[in-house]
Design a binder for this molecule. Structure first.
Ligand code: GLV
Length: 308
């Protein structure tokens, strides 16, 4: 019974040595050295090959090494294979740091002050107190909730939106399609942390931006597929949105002539919000493997019909 990793070489060797030290009974293999494919029961990857279940006839569980599972073609996988997302506390920490950096930068108008610096303009602008800045989080899973709690001490007015209703300390929560517009109307800064599914693809579009207060700001920490890029450019150019911070794109890396590289009101970072680190993720993965071996429910198993 083997666990096969398909990850980059340096991370692969870290995973392998962690298993050798702490769980030597598990036969860990690193792609492309797959050995006898019929022995592979567990598969862990960020980008999987397409023919997983035909190549590995005894596959039981796919562990995403990422928080998102949209890179897997769930429709193609037989229902008996469980798909598990990565609940690494290191991912949550990375997302918290990025969200706080981006929210505080936008709140304190850092993009504007950097534009002024480049133009040699020394001019201050009215300072909005955090208690009058409304920050909305779309997607209230473990990452969205962690971000709201990390933002609380600053005193922002926090809003949250999810498919179904949630109760979160210090956050006014909205749910479902009917409450989307009322939620958006209260987002001076909107953070997208949704999973990418058929329902959420393209959710950051012209209608969404129009429903936000004029001059609002956007942070996309979800997936590139959430955003209609042309609509964001139009919203920035018209002033409907004043600034955006974008960490994820539909096509990564973007082409050299992609307009996001040079738009003055947009900060672009190369999908660095969070990274799974074997150091913190190992315990999570091993815990799930042991649960599976004992016939218990694993943590982070996705509901296949929901796609997350
Ligand atoms: C990274 O984008 C992840 O889903 O963990």
């Amino acid at each position: 019974m083997a666990l096969l990793f398909k990850v980059d070489d340096s991370r692969g060797s870290v995973w392998k040595s962690l298993f050798e030290q702490h769980a030597p009974d598990i036969d860990v293999r690193l792609w492309p050295d797959i050995g006898d494919p019929s022995q592979v029961r567990y598969f862990a990857a960020w980008q999987p090959p397409h023919d997983l279940h035909t190549r590995f006839p005894n596959l039981d569980v796919i562990f995403a090494t990422s928080a998102g599972v949209d890179q897997f073609d769930l429709g193609e996988l037989p229902g008996y294979i469980q798909v598990v997302r990565m609940l690494d506390p290191g991912i949550a920490q990375g997302i918290i740091e990025y969200a706080c950096f981006a929210v505080l930068s936008l709140h304190r108008q850092v993009p504007l002050y950097l534009r002024q610096q480049r133009a040699r303009v020394w001019q201050d602008h009215e300072l909005t107190p955090a208690r009058r800045r409304r920050v909305g989080v779309m997607g209230l899973g473990n990452l969205g909730v962690a971000v709201t709690q990390a933002l609380r001490p600053f005193g922002f007015e926090l809003r949250g939106w999810a498919r179904s209703h949630k109760h979160i300390d210090g956050v006014q929560c909205f749910a479902g399609d009917v409450q989307l517009k009322p939620f958006l109307a209260q987002c001076d800064i909107l953070i997208c942390l949704l999973p990418l599914t058929d329902d959420t693809r393209g959710v950051l579009n012209a209608q969404t931006f129009a429903a936000m207060p004029k001059g609002a700001q956007l942070i996309n920490l979800g997936r590139g597929g959430h955003l209609i890029e042309r609509d964001l450019l139009d919203a920035l150019d018209s002033g409907q949105l004043s600034d955006a911070v974008v960490d994820v794109l539909e096509d990564e890396p973007p082409s050299p002539d992609h307009p996001f590289w040079s738009h003055p009101n947009l900060w672009l970072t190369p999908h660095i919000g969070a990274n799974t680190s074997p150091d913190t993720a190992f315990e999570v993965l091993l815990g799930n493997l042991r649960r599976h071996q004992r016939g218990e429910a694993m943590h982070g198993v996705i509901a296949r019909h929901q796609g997350y």
